[in-house]
Design a protein around this ligand. Structure first.
Ligand SMILES: Cc1cc2nc3c(=O)[nH]c(=O)nc-3n(C[C@H](O)[C@H](O)[C@H](O)COP(=O)(O)OP(=O)(O)OC[C@H]3O[C@@H](n4cnc5c(N)ncnc54)[C@H](O)[C@@H]3O)c2cc1C
Length: 450
């Protein structure tokens, strides 16, 4: 059982003095002081952004948690070079709003706007992006400033291509990112259309969708045999994208549904009745709010604030080769049904998925070799969840799933090593060079990164 599970179980409470120290630097000098070898900072030091990862990659049971949210300024918007430079603790929502004031936007649409730029660079951050642009937020970083494990300052730009690549999706193992420059572009609007299909029908079209330029997100409801598709295409002419319908959609998905489901889980004891209600509410949200209200959008109007302020949702994400996903989708439905039959557990929220374009911009990119589909299973029900994610990890491994170090619950170290192969060897060598004393390494990451 991971230390995190013990800490959060409520049954096993660590005495106060055993926990990690929490440090929130407010400027570069404070950050450097914390990381200087001669400082008395308890080790290991784990950088943390918004803390939305679902594994122990952003935490530590002992040592120090370095909260980067104190470094949250926009430093420069360069409308001519089309770049923005920010401190790494800034939340995506603040960055997106700031860019919009200059008619600019990020490349790609990213949900969960409460996460930080540092977390979105150091861990996979993806969304329903249109076209064949880099899949990850980190693909669009063109320069970074780092404090290394021994307190040195380091600046990386496009001329140090390999080093810059290594720091993308580096999980805070090579150093702490305190500043980043990202490519941006003039704001564009898109049209969003919606379709409701069976899992079988979805399986027959997912290949075509994955190969196309259409931005897509899907919601898979295994117990209703339904998939709701959100398909996005750029408008040929600039238009208006109203925020209100997207805010309503977000409110329905990230606040109302989890709150209502959590209450239903408490007050409706008969499983069959409760789940019928839950699925009907999910379908109504998809059908009424999403399909009827939301027709045009932009990367400014559409992102969800989920995870930043809503109630706690448990989730686990796995990536599958797009070429196999037609089979995986059907197998996933059967897997969910069989777990429900055997253990009585099921997730109350729909699973969601996106395409991850083929993206070799970082050694630890999960879509380094080919286009993938990422499937996120989510639930508000904690009781039974820990066993469910172990079964889900077995299912994913059986179907050639690639784990996300920050998001795949119950991943096995052997599976990480197998999935990332020689690219992980390269990353480990780099890590040993930059952090020979393992000052940034926690036991969870040591399983495969040492
Ligand atoms: C309900 C829910 C739904 C989600 N859905 C999605 C989704 O649709 N798409 C998606 O991409 N993700 C999703 N996520 C996952 C999560 O939001 C992302 O992984 C996010 O990018 C993490 O950002 P963060 O700021 O929370 O980073 P954290 O979780 O705090 O950290 C992530 C990693 O980055 C490292 N790190 C953080 N800051 C720095 C820094 N400044 N320097 C060096 N290393 C650093 C940490 O050590 C850790 O290893 C979801 C999460 C939740 C809770």
């Amino acid at each position: 059982m991971p230390a995190n599970t013990l800490r959060k179980s409520g049954r096993f409470r660590s005495p106060k003095h055993d926990g990690p120290v929490h440090l929130t630097p407010r400027n570069l000098n404070e950050l450097r002081r914390i990381l200087r070898p001669e400082s008395s900072t308890p080790l290991p030091v784990r950088p943390q952004g918004a803390g939305t990862s679902s594994t122990d990659c952003n935490t530590t049971a002992a040592g120090s948690i370095l909260h980067m949210t104190g470094l949250d300024r926009v430093l420069r918007v360069d409308a001519e070079q089309l770049t923005v430079t920010v401190e790494a603790g800034i939340r995506l929502e603040t960055l997106v709003e700031t860019l919009a004031e200059d008619g600019l936007e990020l490349y790609g649409g990213y949900e969960l706007q409460g996460r930080t730029v540092g977390g979105a660079i150091a861990a996979p951050c993806f969304g329903p992006s249109i076209g064949k642009v880099g899949s990850f937020f980190s693909s669009h970083v063109v320069a970074m400033k780092i404090i290394t494990a021994d307190g040195r300052q380091m600046t990386l730009d496009r001329t140090q291509k390999n080093l810059l690549a290594a720091f993308r999706l580096s999980y805070g193992l090579l150093g702490v990112i305190y500043e980043a420059t990202l490519r941006v572009r003039p704001m564009r609007t898109f049209t969003a259309s919606h379709r409701r299909v069976s899992v079988q029908k979805f399986a027959s079209i997912v290949d075509t969708l994955a190969a196309s330029e259409v931005g897509f997100k899907f919601y898979l409801m295994p117990y209703r045999d339904r998939v709701y598709l959100d398909l996005r295409r750029y408008d040929t002419q600039a238009g208006n994208a109203y925020k209100t319908p997207w805010r309503l959609k977000d409110w329905g998905e990230s606040t109302v549904m989890p709150h209502v489901f959590r209450s239903l889980n408490r007050i409706v004891p008969i499983n069959s009745v409760r789940y019928r209600l839950i699925d009907s509410i999910s379908e109504a949200t998809q059908g009424l709010v999403n399909s009827r209200l939301v027709h045009t959008g932009s990367n400014v109007a559409s992102p969800s604030r989920r995870g930043a302020r809503g109630p706690r949702t448990h989730y686990s994400s796995w990536c599958f080769p797009a070429a196999n996903f037609s089979m995986v989708a059907i197998a996933y439905k059967e897997f969910c049904e069989s777990v429900l039959q055997q253990s009585g557990y099921r997730c109350d929220l729909p699973a969601a998925g996106y395409r991850l374009n083929h993206d070799p911009s970082a050694p630890l990119s999960p879509s380094f070799d080919e286009t993938m589909i990422v499937l996120t299973t989510a639930s508000t029900q904690l009781s039974g969840w820990d066993d469910f994610v172990i079964d889900l990890a077995d299912f994913a491994e059986k179907w050639g799933g690639t784990p996300l170090i920050s998001q795949s619950r119950a991943l096995r170290a052997e599976n990480v090593i197998q999935a990332y192969t020689r690219r992980l060897d390269f990353f480990r060598q780099m890590r040993r060079r930059l952090d020979p004393d393992n000052r940034l390494l926690n036991p969870f990451l040591a399983q495969f990164a040492q």
